[in-house]
Design a protein around this ligand. Structure first.
Ligand code: PMT
Length: 400
């Protein structure tokens, strides 16, 4: 697997496994990558600056304040230059800094400035590795989309047996190369995704909403971004965050806002996926003040919201791919087929509230996919991350 043209920052913190990182740098360079190294002062107790410079064929960046030749902010220009960063070895100390936003050396400063994929290969004594503080920091990083290269079980430098040894350079290399290989599938493609609920204001305090958490759409956005796409996520009110920093999120509240935002981005989108649970109706008038409790009943007149997916289906060109969702409670397939046809979709993803673990709020979903060529595929109940992988996979076959 070649990494020709890829720019990789190799970060080293102070662990004995730093000697193995020299082989990793060789592998990266041999396979076409341009490598720049960033070392903490402690890392340079284990390997020399000269070794890093010679193998990477570039200067070593190890001090935020010295080595400034051109007075540029080097941590920013390095972050702009990179396609990815790998931190190996990553000690408990540097993992703690990454997880808590501490920037007190060159490596932790670059980490904060970087919005590219980061691979972290932890190394430490197994008791340190299992310490709840370290585990919590690792979990935080995983939740933020860091690619963790777990240490294998084996003999440690201190003589103990356990988990904490840095993974071998060849395995780390394969993880990075594998990432770029899959990530190329959608590179250059622009993907527009809607997700989450919409809130339709009744007065300054209340709204009409629904149970969508936004997870399904966020997972789809992350999966496309993992595969190199340029992703715009138009998201209703949702606390779920993307794991992939490449996803450009635009937060909206109401269906009308979601509609206006989608209209702006649809024309240049290659693929659009509408997974949002959009309110079909909104209060005709939004009361200026909080509505007071008076009568036994209250009537709120609702007006139809724009059908975003329906509108996009009418605008769509031959080259564009449009995918919709259907959340049904009865006559699932009949309703789904009607939506596929009436909204001019290429593909429709059906989930039913009659299936345990499917639809709103759950971490899981169970879907069927209906295609414009009348084909239908059924999938098992699985995590929404895996459902997103299936969706992206089907779109790959469908499109390419
Ligand atoms: O967010 P989660 O908690 O993870 O839950 C995921 C989900 C259940 C919200 C998701 O899997 C899903 O089913 N999304 C679509 C929900 C929905 O509103 O379905 P619908 O059958 O009412 O709408 C059909 C399609 O038209 C959808 O693609 C919807 O985004 C779109 N639509 C609907 C109304 C409207 N005014 N504009 C639209 O674009």
């Amino acid at each position: 697997m070649s990494l020709a043209g890829k720019h990789i920052i190799v970060g080293l913190s102070g662990g004995i496994a730093a000697y193995k990182t020299l082989s990793l740098i060789r592998l990266l360079v041999k396979n076409g990558a341009s490598v720049k190294t960033v070392a903490t002062p402690n890392a340079l107790h284990f390997v020399t600056k000269l070794s890093l410079q010679t193998l990477s064929k570039n200067n070593v960046y190890n001090d935020v304040f010295s080595d400034i030749n051109d007075f540029s902010t080097e941590h920013i220009s390095l972050a702009d230059w990179a396609d990815a960063m790998v931190v190996a070895p990553a000690t408990a100390n540097i993992i703690g800094k990454f997880a808590n936003g501490i920037a007190d050396d060159a490596l932790s400063t670059i980490f904060l400035a970087l919005n590219k994929p980061v691979f972290v290969a932890p190394t430490m004594n197994s008791r340190m590795y299992e310490n709840p503080a370290v585990q919590q920091n690792l979990q935080t990083l995983i939740e933020r989309g860091i690619h963790m290269i777990e240490p294998p079980i084996g003999e440690l430098a201190c003589g103990d047996e356990g988990k904490g040894r840095m993974e071998e350079p060849e395995v780390i290399y394969e993880r990075i190369a594998g990432f770029f290989l899959t990530s190329q599938t959608f590179s250059g493609k622009k993907i527009l995704i809607t997700a989450g609920p919409t809130y339709e204001a009744i007065d300054p305090v209340r709204f009409i909403g629904n149970h969508s958490s936004g997870l399904m759409g966020v997972c789809i956005a992350d999966e496309f971004a993992n595969q190199g796409a340029d992703v715009i996520l138009v998201c209703g009110p949702s606390a779920i965050k993307s794991k992939n920093p490449i996803v450009k999120r635009i937060d909206v509240v109401s269906a009308k806002e979601m509609f206006e935002t989608c209209k702006k981005h649809f024309e240049t989108a290659d693929i659009t996926i509408c997974s949002a649970a959009v309110a079909d109706y909104a209060p005709k008038q939004i009361a200026e003040q909080k509505i007071k409790k008076k009568d036994e009943s209250l009537v709120i007149e609702l007006a139809k919201n724009p059908d975003i997916l329906g509108y996009l289906g009418e605008q769509k060109t031959e080259k564009q791919v449009l995918v919709g969702f259907a959340l049904e409670t009865e006559n699932e397939f009949l309703n789904a087929e009607n939506k596929l046809k009436s909204k001019h979709l290429d593909m429709l993803i059906l989930n039913s509230l009659n299936d345990e673990g499917a639809g709103f709020r759950h971490q899981t979903n169970k879907v069927s996919m209906l295609f414009a060529n009348k084909e239908t595929k059924h999938f098992e109940l699985k995590s929404k991350q895996d459902v997103a992988k299936d969706i992206v996979n089907e779109i790959t076959h469908y499109i390419f």
